[in-house]
Design a protein around this ligand. Sequence first.
Ligand SMILES: Cc1cc2nc3c(=O)[nH]c(=O)nc-3n(C[C@H](O)[C@H](O)[C@H](O)COP(=O)(O)OP(=O)(O)OC[C@H]3O[C@@H](n4cnc5c(N)ncnc54)[C@H](O)[C@@H]3O)c2cc1C
Length: 589
Amino acid sequence: MASNESGNFESVVGSLFFGEIDEKLIFPFPHFSDAQVEMAKEMTAAVDQFAKDNINGEKFDTESHIPNEVIAGLGELGLLGMAVPEELGGLGLDYTLYCRLFAQVASYDASVATMIGAHQSIGYRALLNEGNEEQKKKWLPLLSSGKVIAAFCLTEPGSGSDAYSIKTKAVDNKDGTYTITGQKLWITNGGLAGFYSVYCKTDHEVDGKTVEKISCFIVEKERVGVSFGEKENKMGIRGSETRAVYFDKVVVPKENIIGELGKGFKIAMNVLNSGRLSLGAGCVAGMKTVLALATEHATNRKQFDRPIAEFGLIQQKLAKMAEMTYAVESIVYLSTGNMTKGMNDYYMETAVCKVYGSECLWQTVDMGMQIAAGNGYMKEYPYERIMRDSRIQLIFEGTNEILRCLLALSGVRGPSEDMKELGKISEVSSALQDPIKSLGVFTKFARKRLSNMMGSKQLTKAHPELKEQADKFSSCLGKFAIAVEDSLIKYGKKIIDNELPQGRLADMVIDLYVMIAVISRTTAILNSSKATQDQKDYVLRLTKQICKDARRRVTRNAKSMSKNSDKAVIKISESVVKYGGYGLDIIDF
Ligand SMILES: Cc1cc2nc3c(=O)[nH]c(=O)nc-3n(C[C@H](O)[C@H](O)[C@H](O)COP(=O)(O)OP(=O)(O)OC[C@H]3O[C@@H](n4cnc5c(N)ncnc54)[C@H](O)[C@@H]3O)c2cc1C
């Protein structure tokens, strides 16, 4: 979808569902300006120094605690107010620098990254996005310095993925105050925070009826009725603290409402967007850390008189880990570049970064563990802690299942509107059997379909060395657009109840976004005078491998849209549920 006159433009990932790609939004790959490079180098060096002296991931994990001095030090470095405008005490970083700096912290310890992410990527993000001037002036200097820590309070015992079903209620006392009652579960920084952004149900009159909507409130820790539970005893990110937070008839003034009353769900979803982006950047950092550890081990560990790095099955793992790191880094920074340029709707990009980033991190950690083998399993080495720390990334800030559904259902919305114009789905269906014959009736639609079949959206700006990959991308994009249309024709509105095709559509769009991001980034590197020939050869190989794997998956997923075993899978799962588990024993039959 093209950019509009104001310079704002819509999601690149969204446009892929239409079989469209605007090369202006892909090429050139966003690069760091000289000023950004200087700032990034200065800040990452400061983080490195601070981390060497203060961040001890193993200790934080064992003691389940990040010392207050460390949090204060992070505040002094500006790491607790990275996106806050400078005049309000922050560093005023754009998305790109924010992610790069966040990743630097994450490369040292996932607990510290979780703590600072919960604080600024989600904890006070609603205030930053939607707060009024007075609220911002009052709070942002305190929050960005770390004098006050923030927490994001959405999840409840009965409401996890289904966030709209929260029960915490804010009742309008009609005297300029609200009374909040409810319980929030698994809140990162739950006991540490002085500033809670709390999502509550509020009553609204709509057409003479009272309906509940969600609103966002600031609740200060000192308010009467605020309390919190014991620290959760977690599997990983143990240094970060997670607690239940209770609100027992807590009275807050209406001045504590963030944004518009009743718009809290949208506010929360926008907040989670920034959380998902920095989470993706944090995954890149984790992958780099593991790859460095695994490389060191593979080079130094000798078996059969040779370093294990010389054995094919270890080489395969090192190569795959590098490919995944390059791919995730490319999608994160293509996204941040476009967000900075004015992409106004980027929730699909951040969902891709979160899902793909967390899954690549998990695979990388698994491979790193396998390379380290026995050592990896011992607590003396960091692999097992990193493994425990990494697992959460697939769960929080929207589970990967929910985000796949979000990607697919949001993505097909646009094309489904277009298809409605064509009249009855059944007619469209018969037209699709023979698009050439139907040209007279469905001219626009059929032409587009033919163009998708032929993969005619060429990438003209890809480096000539990447011509094959660019052509394969075009053909995959065409296949994907056809898969989107076919699933709308097959399922219509019922696509909402069919998660298996949704999952495939999400996986296809993730692969397409990965392909385009690495093609663009590698084009920039191949054209750069700064990169050595060796580096150019390296990224070219990475890109070819990434595109080959992505294309295979897209092709397989496209085929599975019509030929699959979805029904059998559902039936087996129903049997499992009926038997309360596996339900078979070898001694019985
Ligand atoms: C360490 C930690 C820190 C956290 N920090 C915070 C925080 O700071 N603030 C906050 O508000 N929350 C926080 N959470 C909560 C977290 O966001 C939730 O755990 C998450 O949203 C998932 O909810 P749930 O655990 O209740 O899983 P459920 O929603 O019960 O889901 C269980 C499983 O079912 C799947 N599932 C659910 N619905 C569907 C569906 N429609 N289709 C397919 N699959 C589905 C899920 O993907 C998951 O695999 C934290 C959680 C943890 C573990």
